[in-house]
Structure formats: structure tokens, C-alpha cells
Design a protein around this ligand. Structure first.
Ligand SMILES: CC(C)(COP(=O)(O)OP(=O)(O)OC[C@H]1O[C@@H](n2cnc3c(N)ncnc32)[C@H](O)[C@@H]1OP(=O)(O)O)[C@@H](O)C(=O)NCCC(=O)NCCS
Length: 218
């Protein structure tokens, strides 16, 4: 599918919360995306399909979604003034995935990455990871790191594909079930060996899934 990636905007937040809730159902409270968009260290991106114009006319929330949307609206009201753009009923493309990263001095730390459940294993996660690594390179970070649940083999596969290695574990890191976190990191992303492997992984990606319209790093 022809994918595009751009920085997250406030009007994406309700869709991002849907994806976040579906991907991390037991982690509560959810990320405060309104606050994160104002955080100078944080970079959040969204992936959406470009050609198939899959427009959402601001659907009425279902019973299940209502508490999340209400929470999101309350957050918007109390966290910052809404802009007319936020309040418009303009149609928006369907967001297929989102990811976030903090860049602190020379370390880029991936805070989350998730794609819509019904759209998984179609290259969306990989496209977003490519974009995050390129952003980390652009900001001259030395390494990209993250924590992942020890049981989350699917996400670990994705990171291994991009040459992350396990550095260690944090015992009982996740409060809900006391699960360990695996710490994963790249080598120095400016090194010729990382750059070459990254170039090759990207080439394989484009051959398999086609080009990404990357509005973040170009
Ligand atoms: C992890 C996640 C973001 C991957 O997104 P995705 O859009 O499905 O990823 P892609 O289609 O780009 O897959 C890229 C790679 O991930 C791994 N992967 C994806 N789905 C997989 C599956 N069902 N089984 C095994 N590996 C899988 C593979 O290495 C895959 O490469 P391949 O196509 O060569 O096999 C997605 O599964 C998700 O949202 N999970 C819930 C949230 C989560 O766990 N996030 C990570 C927190 S650290």
C-alpha cells in the first residue's frame, strides 16, 4: 500500500489513542499525547495510506470508544487552548500507525511504536522505524535504544531486522504483570557498518513494499 509518514498533529490524537489502546490494552493511563506534542525532546510520527483516499468523517464514537474519546477531549481542554483547526470537522485520512521517540543529547529512545491491528504485517511498523532511525541520524544521535516486553517476540523481530541487539534486561519493569523489559540498542548509527546494513534493509523494504512518502526526513 502506498504509505506516507509525517509528524503527528493534534487532530491525529483521537485516532492515535485508538491505536494505542488496541496495541497496549493493559497500560493505563495512556500516553498524554497532547503533552508529548509540546515536549521539545519528543518526536511523534504517524503513518497513513496515500492513494486510497480513506477519509473519516469524524465518526460518532461507539459505546466502547466513548470513554477514550471523552478522556482525549478533556485532555485537550485542560492541557492547552484548542485551535480552530482542532475543532473543525475536516475529514482526515485514516492513521494506520504511530511511533514516538525522545532524543536526549546523543541518545534516541523509542517510546512507542504501533500499527492498527487489522493492518499489521504489511510494512507499516518497518516504515515508521526507518523514519525514526533517519530522524535520529539527522539529529546526530549516537544510538537508538528502547525497552520491549520480554514476551513481545514480534516487536523484537522487527528490531533485530534493523540490527538492534539485546543489551540486558530490567527486572519486573512492567507494573501490570511484573514482566521483564529487554533493553535493545543499535551500535553507533553513524558508523559505516550500521549505515551500510541500514541502507540494505531499506532497499529490501522498498523492493518488497514500494516507496514511502516521508514528509519528515524527506
Ligand atoms: C510491533 C508492531 C509495531 C509491528 O508492526 P507491523 O506493521 O506489523 O510491522 P511490519 O509489517 O513492518 O513487520 C516488520 C517486521 O516485524 C516482524 N513481525 C511483524 N509481524 C510479525 C508476526 N506476526 N510474527 C513474527 N514477526 C513479525 C517481522 O520481523 C517483520 O518483518 P518481515 O515482514 O520480514 O517478517 C505491531 O505488531 C504492533 O503494533 N504491535 C503492538 C504494539 C507493540 O507491541 N509495539 C512494540 C512495543 S516495544
Amino acid at each position: 500500500m502506498p504509505l506516507a509518514i509525517r509528524l503527528m498533529r493534534r487532530q491525529d490524537i483521537s485516532q492515535v489513542i485508538e491505536i494505542d489502546h488496541e496495541a497496549f490494552p493493559i497500560e493505563w493511563p495512556p500516553t498524554n499525547f497532547v503533552r508529548e506534542l509540546g515536549n521539545k525532546l519528543a518526536y511523534y510520527i504517524v503513518a497513513y495510506e496515500t492513494q486510497k483516499v480513506n477519509l473519516r468523517p469524524n465518526p460518532k464514537p461507539t459505546e466502547k470508544e466513548r470513554p477514550v474519546r471523552l478522556f482525549d477531549r478533556l485532555q485537550s481542554l485542560f492541557s492547552r487552548r484548542q485551535t480552530p483547526q482542532d475543532m473543525s470537522s475536516k475529514e482526515e485520512p485514516q492513521i494506520l500507525g504511530y511511533a514516538g521517540m525522545w532524543i536526549m543529547v546523543d541518545e534516541a529512545h523509542i517510546t512507542s511504536i504501533a500499527s492498527r491491528k487489522e493492518q499489521r504485517h504489511q510494512g507499516i511498523g518497518e516504515a515508521m522505524l526507518i523514519c525514526l532511525i533517519e530522524m535520529a541520524m539527522k539529529h546526530q544521535a549516537r544510538i537508538v535504544t528502547l525497552e520491549v516486553r520480554a514476551s513481545n517476540q514480534i516487536a523484537q523481530n522487527l528490531y533485530y531486522k534493523f540490527n538492534f541487539d539485546q543489551l540486558g534486561t530490567r527486572k519486573s519493569y512492567y507494573l501490570d504483570n511484573k514482566e521483564d523489559a529487554v533493553i535493545m540498542s543499535t551500535e553507533y548509527i553513524g558508523s559505516p557498518s550500521f549505515k551500510e546494513k541500514f541502507r540494505q534493509t531499506k532497499k529490501d523494504y522498498y523492493q518488497k513494499w514500494g516507496a514511502i512518502t516521508n514528509k519528515v526526513t524527506g
